[in-house]
Design a protein around this ligand. Structure first.
Ligand code: ARG
Length: 456
């Protein structure tokens, strides 16, 4: 018997069915069901013989899934129904006892939380691997000068190691963020039932313990409507993918004939079908391109939750494709970034030559005037005129004679030419976190300490 008098319209079925994508939750669904039925047995809600039979059946279903023999039947709306249907085929009517004291509402929330926890752990591992590559690259290019940029204009020289470590710290924050997500998803929804709790004295803590959840969701209404942890995960993924996108964009730029700062390995590049001379940094381009895709999933999830009345609404089924694609895309991008950077080659001479441009030393000249008592704003004006004068006469700063300098300020000499000597402006950046070699060494030691602490 059914409440319905006519069959579902195929168009409705196509709209309503989620098994095409939520089959990925099957391993979690089985683990959850095993924990649930064992708890029902321990609490005396289902007789132990029935529990044993259901456990045996679930193990058979698990094997079918693992061996790729599991078949989705036409009536299977989602993976939860598919597993239960197959279980009942295998063990008979007793399989119907599995769903005692459970609703698909708390069931699906639990599967998704388990999925998110797994993917947080994987993201953290992949991020650490990439951080390790960056730290090693920084060590290998410790004292290679290069120009630092603002507005994509050469601004001040830095060491390549310092620049590479900037990416390390961005990823360090991503790593932390996935730690917060892990905690957000560490609350067991199961036991909330459809929304109000269940009519049986279940032991939710037992289930939480078996499934490795730190806590039990304290409110059944919140538990079945909560997808915050999905947004937390995809939010962390979006920012991490945005970092990788920025990194990719930089490598694309640096690999260009115009920059020539680096060359990606052949393993992460492609050729052109028509221009034989070309080597394209496709991996870097795709890192750049994947970022907004992950961000779009975050936007989609916010849209899904927006305005939803409590508690479960079918809209929530839309969480999965956003979540799955965000996780797959992020993990692929992290692996690609690590692989690409492992094989990258930097060009020391090109970087050094670009860093030897003297105009970026203008700030240092202004600072020298400041140490000689000139107010910074005035010093800024003096040096701006000096730069203008050098450019107008087709020269660079160190070409200017002491006499000429005196025309701008009598405090420019002596010391002006010494200041422009190679590396002087790098080594003068001694403030904590600055580019002076000593400071970069400290930073590297701190980076290594973080990696060791996180078990990389
Ligand atoms: N496939 C559904 C989802 O992903 C499972 C929960 C369905 N619950 C319900 N009452 N129809 O959200």
């Amino acid at each position: 018997m059914s409440r319905f008098s006519e069959p579902q319209d195929p168009v409705f079925q196509a709209l309503n069915s989620s098994v095409g994508f939520d089959y990925r939750l099957a391993p979690y669904d089985i683990r959850q069901s095993l924990a649930h039925i064992r708890m029902l047995g321990r609490c005396g809600i289902v007789p132990q013989d029935d529990v044993d039979e259901i456990v045996r059946g679930l193990e058979l279903v698990r094997r079918e899934l693992e061996e790729d023999r599991f078949e989705i039947a036409p009536g299977d709306e989602d993976i939860h129904m598919a597993v239960e249907r197959r279980l009942t085929e295998l063990v008979g009517a007793v399989g119907g006892k599995l769903h005692t004291a459970r609703s698909r509402n708390d069931q699906v929330a639990t599967d998704v939380a388990m999925f998110v926890r797994d993917r947080c752990r994987r993201a953290r591992e992949a991020i650490l691997a990439l951080m390790e590559v960056l730290a090693s690259l920084a060590e290998a290019h410790l004292d290679w000068p290069m120009p630092g940029y603002t507005h994509l204009q050469r601004a001040q020289p830095v060491y390549l190691s310092h620049h590479l470590l900037a990416w390390f710290w961005k990823l360090r924050r991503d790593h932390r963020r996935f730690g917060f997500c892990l905690d957000a998803a560490d609350e067991l929804p199961l036991g909330a039932g459809a929304l109000a709790g269940v009519n049986f004295a279940t032991d939710r803590r037992l289930v939480a313990e078996e499934l490795g959840f730190a806590r039990v969701a304290p409110n059944s209404i919140d538990a079945v409507s909560n997808r915050d942890f999905v947004i937390d995960y995809v939010g962390a993924a979006a920012l991490c993918a945005t970092h990788l996108s920025q990194l990719g964009a930089e490598i694309v730029l640096w690999s260009s004939e115009e920059f020539r700062f680096c060359e990606v390995s052949d393993a992460f590049a492609s050729g052109s079908s028509i221009m034989p001379q070309k080597k394209n940094p496709d991996a870097a381009e795709l890192l750049r391109g994947k970022g907004p895709r992950v961000v779009s999933h975050l936007v989609g999830l916010h849209g899904m939750l927006h305005g939803l009345p409590l508690t479960y609404n079918k809209d929530l089924q839309e969480d999965k494709e956003h979540l799955f694609d965000a996780a797959d895309t992020l993990e692929l991008a992290l692996a690609a970034a690590a692989g690409m950077l492992r094989g990258i080659r930097f060009r020391r001479e090109v970087l050094a030559q670009a860093a030897a441009d003297e105009f970026p030393a203008a700030t240092d000249v202004a600072d020298m005037l400041v140490t000689r008592g000139v107010p910074f704003r005035e010093a800024h004006g003096i040096v701006a005129s000096l730069v203008r004068h050098a450019i107008d006469s087709g020269r660079t700063l160190s070409d200017l004679s002491e006499d000429e300098l005196r025309g701008f300020s009598d405090r420019l000499v002596p010391g002006f030419h010494e200041l422009l000597a190679e590396r002087a402006w790098l080594e003068s950046k001694v403030s904590e976190g600055g580019t002076a070699l000593e400071r970069v060494r400290e930073q590297l030691a701190e980076a290594r300490r973080v990696l060791a602490e996180e078990g990389a």
